[in-house]
Design a protein around this ligand. Structure first.
Ligand code: C5P
Length: 210
């Protein structure tokens, strides 16, 4: 059983996916962390971000059991990740590892940008989570401020839009909803309401596949 969750940056996929995995007792993989881990390894080693062969070699070495969200969540790492994510060889390497993960029993939840379209096109349940760029920027802003940091809303908003353009505009595996994905726009929804809606989609998918 595979649940595929896609959507743009800061749409709330991570929170939702973790909650779903807990509810159903499934393994969860935030595939963004695999791109981030590759980018961080390149940055740490002082290697260039624009050499596809080097980046692929590093991507093949990423250990899915050692992905630390706290370490990888830094802004610069996200920016570097979205740059190397345009490289087909890097994507192939990471998609191989993600597909292997998706087969774990009793089931998996994978979240990212291309799970329903490329990584697991046969997943029985696909959800495309989105929210307006304004709402996503505000959520990210609140997250930083609530954690005691200082943030600039306008800069975050520009960043969200730039990331969307890069993710939706790339030629290999651009961000888009799979044709058979449920659409979940969380702009006006609480986390709880989004979770309950997602759960109704998943339960419908599970009973169809039973
Ligand atoms: O979701 P997150 O912000 O952690 O992802 C970092 C970057 O990795 C994204 O901006 C995107 O370019 C890339 N990514 C991707 N495909 C995925 C997951 C993330 O291209 N399945």
């Amino acid at each position: 059983m595979i649940i595929a969750i896609d959507g743009p940056a800061a749409a709330g996929k991570g929170t939702l996916s973790r909650r779903i995995a807990e509810e159903y007792g499934f393994h969860h993989l935030d595939t963004g962390l695999t791109y981030r881990a590759t980018a961080k390894a390149l940055l740490d080693a002082g290697l260039p971000l624009d050499d596809e062969t080097v980046a692929e070699t590093i991507a093949r070495k990423v250990d899915l059991s050692g992905l630390d969200r706290a370490v990888l969540s830094k802004h610069e790492i996200g920016e570097a990740a979205s740059k190397i994510a345009v490289m087909p060889a890097v994507r192939r390497a990471l998609v191989d590892a993600q597909r292997a993960f998706s087969l774990r029993e009793p089931g998996t939840v994978l979240d990212g940008r291309d799970i329903g379209t490329v990584v697991c096109p046969d997943a029985p349940v696909k959800i495309y989570v989105t929210a307006s760029a304004e709402v996503r920027a505000k959520r990210r802003y609140d997250e930083i401020v609530n954690a005691g940091g200082s943030a600039d809303y306008a800069a975050i908003f520009e960043d969200v839009k730039r990331r969307d353009e890069r993710d939706m505009g790339r030629s290999d595996s651009p961000l888009r909803p799979a044709e058979d994905a449920y659409l979940l726009d969380t702009s006006e929804m609480s986390i709880e309401a989004a979770f309950q809606t997602a759960k109704s989609f998943i339960d419908a998918g599970l009973s169809r596949n039973a």
